[in-house]
Design a protein around this ligand. Structure first.
Ligand SMILES: Cc1ncc(COP(=O)(O)O)c(C=O)c1O
Length: 380
């Protein structure tokens, strides 16, 4: 049996997404910047996707800029905020994706931007009272905090954080790569300036996503050489990627509640079965329904002879999981997120991440494999 439980790294593409993309790889190939009929057709497809995505998250189409995915969108938000909006300080957390941490550190080196990291609570959630305290200092600031952590699944309350930021006149960026397509967003309700998206996290194609920029904020292009994306991102658009992103969005939001219920059940069942069998098992991050991403379960396995090569052993049984973010090797390696939350070094952490295509049978097979691997170790 082949079981894919690494959906936080990437998801399989929905066949309907591929169907929607194919005509734009075949007959509808015009350059969207061309003014003839071929170009107008593809330009229309891009704008249709933009409009449809905007309606799902309740923003204006002109507030969305298509990018190559989450990394580029995170980079763009922070770098443009410093260059174009007079930002002198970035407040973030040590558990952010490297797209945020490395951008912030580069801006510190290059432009002397102050970078401050928030304290975390025991489930890895940045402390909002620490944020409020830091924001008392009157310095032009962008706060960058991810909606859900990609390794441990801990969620933050975007409304609460956004409200604190607004009260202190700070900009607020959230890396929403793990939650876009998985949760409902209403950008008229959320006090937020930038959010990001990657299509491949919710059954769309790789290499495409977007940056949402609140309309009052005027940014300049980071890539010169073309006037695409209303002068903000030069380069011929990823036409079929954008069409696929639009379709993935439509499919994700058409049955969102059903998807949430299905995936949350799988996660909670796996958690309950592991807890019932292993008295010493623990979990990294928040695992409550309200406080955690329903697609991620990060398990802290008791250290034994077998846990060292646990991912490799799972792989041999046809099960794909991960030791951290997109950890591609068979053995687990250090994770800056687990280090930051002080996860015990006497356990091996494995992230199982689910999607709407995951099944009960796959969970049963995986739980049985975990039990088998760990009991072999105990008897050894
Ligand atoms: C939280 C988070 N941010 C950003 C990214 C990067 O997105 P992309 O792979 O589209 O560049 C990822 C993907 O792993 C992610 O999980």
């Amino acid at each position: 049996m082949k079981v894919y439980l690494d959906n936080a790294a990437t998801t399989p593409m929905d066949p309907e997404v591929l169907e929607a993309m194919l005509p734009f790889m075949k007959e509808n190939f015009g350059n969207p910047s061309s003014t003839h009929a071929f170009g107008r057709k593809t330009k229309t497809a891009i704008e249709k996707a933009r409009k449809s995505i905007a309606s799902h998250i309740n923003c204006q189409p002109s507030e969305l800029y298509f990018t190559s995915g989450g990394t580029e969108a995170d980079n763009m938000a922070l770098k443009c905020a410093v260059r174009d909006l007079g930002v002198k300080r970035i407040i973030t957390s040590p558990t952010e994706h490297k797209a945020v941490i490395e951008s912030a550190e580069l801006l510190k080196q290059q432009f002397g931007v102050v970078v401050e990291y928030l304290d975390l609570d025991e489930v890895g959630r940045p402390k909002s009272d620490h944020l409020a305290l830091l924001l008392k200092e009157d310095i032009s600031t962008i706060v960058s905090l991810m909606h859900a952590n990609n390794e441990i699944g801990t969620l933050i309350d975007l409304k609460e954080i956004g409200t604190i930021c607004k009260a202190h006149g700070a900009l607020f960026h959230s890396d929403t790569v793990q939650t876009m397509g998985h949760y409902a967003f209403d950008l008229q309700e959320l006090p937020i300036d930038f959010i990001t998206c990657a299509a491949h996290k919710f059954h769309g194609p790789k290499g495409v996503g977007f940056l949402y920029v609140r309309k009052e904020l005027k940014l300049r292009s980071m890539i010169q050489g073309g006037g695409q994306e209303r002068q903000l991102r030069g380069g011929t658009e990823n036409l079929y990627g954008i069409v696929g992103l639009g379709k993935a969005f439509d499919l994700a939001y058409a049955d969102l509640d059903e998807h949430i219920q299905h995936v949350r059940c799988l996660k909670n069942r796996m958690k309950a079965e592991l807890e019932a069998h292993f008295s010493t098992i623990a979990f990294n991050g928040d695992t409550s329904d309200e406080g955690s991403l329903y697609t991620v379960l990060n398990v802290c396995l008791p250290e034994t002879a077998n846990t060292k090569m646990f991912l490799f052993s799972l792989d041999l049984k046809g099960i794909a999981a991960s030791g951290g973010s997109a950890c591609s090797s068979g053995a687990s390696k250090g994770s800056h997120v687990l280090t930051a939350i002080g996860s015990s070094t006497s356990c091996t952490s494995v992230r199982f991440s689910f999607s709407r295509f995951s099944t009960d049978a796959e969970i049963d097979y995986t739980v049985a494999a975990v039990k088998e691997l760990l009991s072999v170790k105990e008897n050894a």
